[in-house]
Design a protein around this ligand. Structure first.
Ligand code: RTP
Ligand code: MG
Length: 147
């Protein structure tokens, strides 16, 4: 069963959109496999966005991700990585289509509410990074709902 790491970034928490956004993943039929509120230390943010090191927006991005609490979640189900990226919409809220999280709720390119892993390989790395303590085992609990 495929897993993906989803972050509700500090703007989502600050704007009181945690329920709205979480509900979209939940209603899609994905299964919640991890959930916690994290004040990301700088080192965690650096590791998470290491691929963007050196880009013009990197420093601003790290300041943003460490600016307040983030909700870290693991969702699992059939094609979970791609399904979540589709639900999120394009990076830039101004370009993301209506019906997506960013398309409906974001206008900024940086403050775009959510992060989702972009491949199953990166998902495994990111789940381990944000949940080093491991996950509760939920496999088999309600397999009929997750594709
Ligand atoms: P994410 O990694 O957060 O799921 O977002 P993404 O794949 O859609 O976008 P990515 O290219 O990986 O960029 C990571 C995050 O950096 C911020 N960003 N700012 N100012 C800019 O031009 C710019 N470009 C990207 C966004 O917060 C983006 O989600
Ligand atoms: Mg990305």
């Amino acid at each position: 069963m495929q897993q993906t790491l989803i972050l509700l970034k500090p703007d989502a928490v600050q704007r009181r959109l945690v329920g709205e956004i979480t509900g979209r993943f939940e209603r899609k039929g994905l299964r919640l496999a991890g959930l916690k509120l994290v004040q990301a230390p700088r080192a965690l943010a650096e590791q998470h966005y290491a691929v963007h090191k050196g880009k013009p927006f990197y420093d601003s991005l790290l300041a943003f991700l460490t600016s307040g609490p983030t909700v870290a979640m693991v969702w699992e189900g059939r094609e979970a990585v791609a399904v979540c990226r589709t639900l999120m919409g394009l990076t830039d809220g101004a370009k993301a289509p209506p019906g997506t999280i960013r398309g409906d709720l974001a206008l900024s390119v940086q403050n775009n509410l959510v992060h989702g892993s972009d491949s199953p390989e990166n998902a495994a790395l990111e789940v381990a990074l944000w949940f080093p303590e491991g996950l509760v085992s939920v496999a088999g609990v309600d397999a009929q709902w997750v594709g």
